[in-house]
Unconditional design. Sequence first.
Length: 161
Amino acid sequence: MKKDNVFLVEIGLKDNLSDAFGRDVMHSAHELGIPGIRSVRVTEVYRLTGDVTRDLARRIAEGLLFDPVSQRMKVRDRVPGVQGKTTIVVWYKKGVTDPVALTAQKGIRDLGIRKDISVSCGKKYECGGVLKKQDAETLARTVLANTLIQDFSILTSRSAK
């Protein structure tokens, strides 16, 4: 029995471009009374599972998901924590229809790739500043995720107070 490979394609705005969605998240956090967030960067995350290699994941990203003029792209094995930041990752729950993922799967076939690859879509929020674990959970539950249809995880590279 063949084991499925999993690669994550992260696509976000280049660092020199303003992240309006990130600013909206930061503003919402401040409205909720969550202090200490100095910045938020939002990244689209595509989980490619199945008969996929790192090179094929990169080919899919470059041919379908990524605009090199305004975006940066990385192919990873997992979502890493970022030093000095709290990272919140939001995914659709298993069994929930993900229309962007369905469109991406059609696009993969349109690229001529006939391998068995499934796609899941998520968002990664990198919050700079001091964010307590409880505040990160509040932000995720009230602003970032619809917990009826989405799950979230919180990664920290340092202990939050």
